[in-house]
Design a protein around this ligand. Structure first.
Ligand SMILES: Cc1ncc(COP(=O)(O)O)c(C=O)c1O
Length: 439
């Protein structure tokens, strides 16, 4: 038996019982179940960094508006498929006030989480031109998006941005677009899992190439405003959340309420389609839809078949939360800054004990502190490191499932870790460092 912070006998027993060949290769849900069981058997609390879920209470303004809407009877009524009028109005205002981008209300469409916005976007955009094959993912990324393409039967391409930051992005991106096979480009910014944020120069490269090759950029803003190095939270005042929409008209933005408003449970997000994209005609769409008009196909074709609109009461919740930030009555990011503050402390505990941050800069600036960070330990590949950290009461996921080529990399999510656990984290990391000296 080894002397590790969590009883090695119990950990090994649970791994065996669960039938795991390797914890490092298990899915997020499998790791969750395993750690739940070890915690129950040992009475010890893990530093749980495997799941990207909000760790804060839901936004009160949203909850209140939703209860009022339910009391008023909206549950009985099908919502308009393109979204309720007050929500469309607040989305348009939000896009102007926090991105400084103009868009018509018709392109502001609620979705069942931004997840559904991604699915509807792939489904429609990737069918506009029959000679094109699918989406180019700028990785690392959220694995579910690729799964969406797979279940749609679409091909996709991807590359890890790690070695192609700054100027180098142009040739790399163009090498894919030149093939004529790409219909859309997807990335998240700030990025899940690495928390890199694109620079203005990089967004300009993406935008200009999207225009040149007539490709639509699906910009996933699931962590809107959460690059806490800059305060993007003041309505109508610069600086604004960076976006590719400043550099091309070929965009669809996906904005989530899950993290910034801690509203993940109600599954509501928005898809914002540029005026140009919304009104684009693509005759090949007629293979699947009644109209060759992208906006029409998206709303009355894709959104209709997927869920026939979005939960009526949740739309009132989001309208109220957006109105509150648009009117300056609620600060957009104040409640989620805690994630960044915890990340700062946690990253230091890791690096003080021999660990390295994998995606560590945005070209020439240290990466922001936020919802996620990535780490490695000298001499370990990710799988081995996860297999070992489980004995030290630390759970996380490997970057390999995210399209990263950094074989040593692990993603840590800060949201569920409580500040009271920092002394435990420090002790466990110190012990790990002692037990695995770096030459
Ligand atoms: C990058 C990214 N995109 C999309 C989502 C899904 O967001 P939603 O809950 O709005 O569907 C997440 C959630 O973790 C995410 O990390």
């Amino acid at each position: 038996m080894r002397n590790t912070p969590i009883s090695s006998e119990i950990v090994s027993g649970k791994i065996k019982e669960g039938g795991f060949d390797s914890v490092g290769r298990a899915s997020i849900r499998e790791i969750k179940k395993l750690v739940d069981e070890i915690e129950k058997a040992t009475g010890e609390k893990y530093i749980r960094m495997e799941m990207g879920v909000p760790g804060l209470p839901p936004n009160k303004i949203g909850v209140k508006a939703e209860i009022e809407a339910l009391k008023a009877g909206v549950a009985a009524i099908y919502p308009d498929i393109f979204g309720i009028a007050p929500l469309k109005h607040e989305i348009k205002r939000f896009v102007k006030l926090f991105l400084d981008i103009d868009v018509d209300e018709q392109g502001c469409i609620p979705t069942v989480g931004s997840m559904q916005g991604g699915f509807a976007s792939f489904m429609t955009v990737n069918r506009m031109y029959k000679e094109r094959e699918g989406t180019l993912f700028i990785d690392p990324g959220f694995p579910v998006h690729k799964q969406q393409c797979r279940v749609l039967g679409h091909n996709y391409m991807s590359f890890d941005i790690y070695n192609y930051r700054g100027d180098k992005l142009k040739d790399k991106l163009e090498s894919y677009l030149k093939t004529g096979k790409v219909s859309s480009i997807l990335y998240s910014n700030p990025n899940n899992p690495s928390w890199i944020c694109f620079t203005e120069q990089e967004l300009q490269i993406i935008g200009e190439l999207a225009t040149k090759y007539n490709v639509i950029v699906i910009e996933d803003l699931a962590y809107f405003g959460m690059d806490f190095r800059t305060d993007y939270s003041i309505a109508g005042e610069p600086p604004y959340q960076p976006t590719v929409a400043n550099y091309t008209d070929n965009w669809i933005l996906l904005i989530s309420s899950s993290k910034v408003f801690s509203y993940a449970g109600q599954r509501i997000g928005v898809m914002v389609i540029s005026n140009k994209v919304f009104t684009t005609k693509a005759p090949d769409l007629k293979r699947y839809y009644l109209s060759d008009d992208l906006g029409y196909a998206m709303v009355y074709g894709s959104m209709y078949v997927l869920s026939s609109g979005v939960t009526h009461s949740a739309q009132y919740a989001l309208a109220a939360m957006l109105k509150a930030v648009n009117d300056g009555e609620m600060n957009l990011t104040e409640s989620v800054k805690e994630y960044g503050e915890k990340a700062k402390v946690m990253k230091k505990l890791f690096t003080d004990n021999g660990f390295k941050i994998v995606y560590d800069t945005d070209v020439d600036r240290p990466i922001a502190d936020g919802f996620y960070f990535t780490f490695s330990y000298p001499g370990f590949e990710a799988e081995e490191l996860l297999n070992e950290l489980i004995y030290y009461g630390i759970s996380a996921i490997s970057l390999l499932i995210t399209g990263s080529e950094r074989k040593e990399g692990i993603r840590a999510c800060t949201s569920l870790v409580q500040r009271e656990q920092f002394p435990d984290l420090e002790y466990r990391l110190k012990k790990f460092h002692e037990d695995h000296p770096v030459n």
